[in-house]
Design a protein. Sequence first.
Length: 234
Amino acid sequence: MGIGRAAALLFAQEGARVALVDVNLPAAEATAAAAEGECIAIRADVSREAEIAKAVAQASASWGGLDVVVANAGIELDGEDARAHQLKLETWQRTLNVNLTGVFLTCKHGIRALLDSSGGAVVCTASPTGLYGVSPGLDAYSASKAGVYGLIRVMAADYARDGIRVNGVMPGYTRTPMAGGMTDVEIAETVAKIPLGRPGEAEEVAGVMAFLASDAARYVTGAVWAVDGGMTAV
């Protein structure tokens, strides 16, 4: 959904052969069917290592290796996430299992495939909430995204000599299904803090992902690109 769907469609349009990995197989299949290129849909829960390992192996076998890994899957548990003293351990663990462990596992097995292909690019989805306290009351989500930010930077150092670049995107408020739980008042308050004066679109985030995955960004690694209309610049 959202950014992941937009990225898959754009990568396919640009000529990539895309393997869509999602816990929601019908949604992945619908995106694959809508793409203007070669796409396959694979069902996997990114928080379960055996499933993501199998999915990466299937993708690699289908395309004869991998060149790019995009770790984008994430959840935000509205109505459950909370301030630390109110936060249930199960909510904390579920959020980190998908948003941080899921990114780690996707990168772990994806990077193994990239090493077999003699290099490539990794793009992870981070968030301003991982650097700034812009989402009070979303403590689990914010902590998970801070972990993603740190993981991006250390993996960039780990794998640079192997010809693997690791970067991230940091979307601000973007019109996606995940943002659908906000009230009109909350949306207005958020947009008022964005210098460009509007929400982002999933396709705009996908464009930066495609750039970071491409040879045009061959000297870019360890960077987390803000795609937020200037929200974190002021």
